[in-house]
Design a protein around this ligand. Structure first.
Ligand SMILES: [Zn+2]
Length: 311
């Protein structure tokens, strides 16, 4: 049994046909966690879809209408890079709902992990790069509207810069955004985050972990009520859409450091999986499972420490 909840819904897995985006990873990660005995069914919460009012806090009515009806121009379809379907719409509303629930659970338990989401290339009025609705921004707005959080931080460790996140929160003094990414990669235009670290092609474990330290510390020093962690699997050395060179062990250590730093700062963490396009899809699943294991190590020891101090 895990010391936090996982948010997972069968509707996350959208059939995209032959596509580099491995949507089946959402189902495979859940199955692996259960089969390996890392999680049991009681650890998994099935989220509700976000409400339209939640999505409309972030996205324009015109864009939301386009998403719901699929009325995109050919240029908009090319930019999205995923085929529109009713199940795609359902999947992104579910991901946003899962993020809302994860933020709430993290505030209570210290951590929560959405086995999906991380759609950081979605903008208020358009989507791109497989991202239609910005789940983390929608959830931030919903939790603020409910009076549950004020200040938030986003630590985005996907290999691609969080352009949508940067644009959405650009003028929000209560949100601190960090993106650690490969500089020479999509998106071509990178709106400024609070801190951007554009890494050189081929950056490996040691240099990556060193580059993470100060931005992570600054995000926590901002004093957020909640940290959103986008735990992208695509900085992996064998990723088809990434050009960094982290090993699986390096990614696991990255995750451990984020959780350990947040825990010691007393900041709750809500995780979304974000990207992952390993040449061997099973590696992507293993990396995402590793994120849950890293969180389990950090938060289980926190709980053990608590019970030991009470004994
Ligand atoms: Zn990515």
């Amino acid at each position: 049994m895990l010391p936090f909840k996982l948010l997972s819904h069968p509707g996350f897995t959208v059939d995209l046909g032959p596509h580099v985006f491995p949507a089946q990873k959402y189902r495979l990660v859940r199955e692996r966690l259960l089969e390996a005995g890392i999680a049991d069914h009681a650890d998994i919460v099935i989220p509700r879809a976000a409400g339209d009012e939640d999505v409309l806090r972030v996205h324009t009515p015109e864009y939301v209408r386009k998403i719901k009806t699929g009325a995109f121009s050919p240029a908009e379809r090319r930019e999205l890079e995923v085929p529109w379907s009713a199940s795609l719409v359902e999947g992104v509303w579910l991901a946003a709902g899962a993020a809302i629930e994860a933020g709430r659970r993290a505030r209570r338990d210290g951590c929560a992990v959405v086995l999906g989401g991380g759609f950081h290339h979605a903008f208020p009025d358009h989507g791109e790069g497989f991202c239609l609705v910005h789940d983390v921004a929608v959830a931030t707005g919903a939790l603020r509207a409910a009076g549950e959080v004020a200040r938030v931080a986003v630590v985005d460790l996907d290999v691609h810069q969080g352009n949508g996140t940067a644009a959405i929160f650009a003028r929000d003094p209560d949100t601190f955004t960090v993106s650690l990414h490969q500089q020479n990669n999509y998106p071509p235009v990178k709106p400024p985050s609070s801190i951007d670290v554009g890494l050189a092609d081929g950056t490996g474990d040691e240099d990556y972990l060193a580059a993470l330290e100060a931005p992570l510390a600054r995000a926590l020093a901002f004093g957020p009520d909640l940290l959103w962690y986008l735990a992208g699997a695509d900085p992996y050395e064998h990723d088809l859409l990434g050009g960094l060179a982290l090993t699986r062990a390096g990614l696991r250590e990255r995750d451990r450091r984020v959780f350990a730093a947040a825990r010691s700062a007393g900041v709750p963490v809500a995780v979304t999986l974000a990207g992952g396009y390993a040449s061997t899809p099973a590696d992507t699943v293993s990396i995402h499972v590793g994120t849950v294991l890293a969180a389990s190590d950090v938060y289980a020891s926190a709980r053990d420490g608590l019970s030991a101090s009470r004994a």
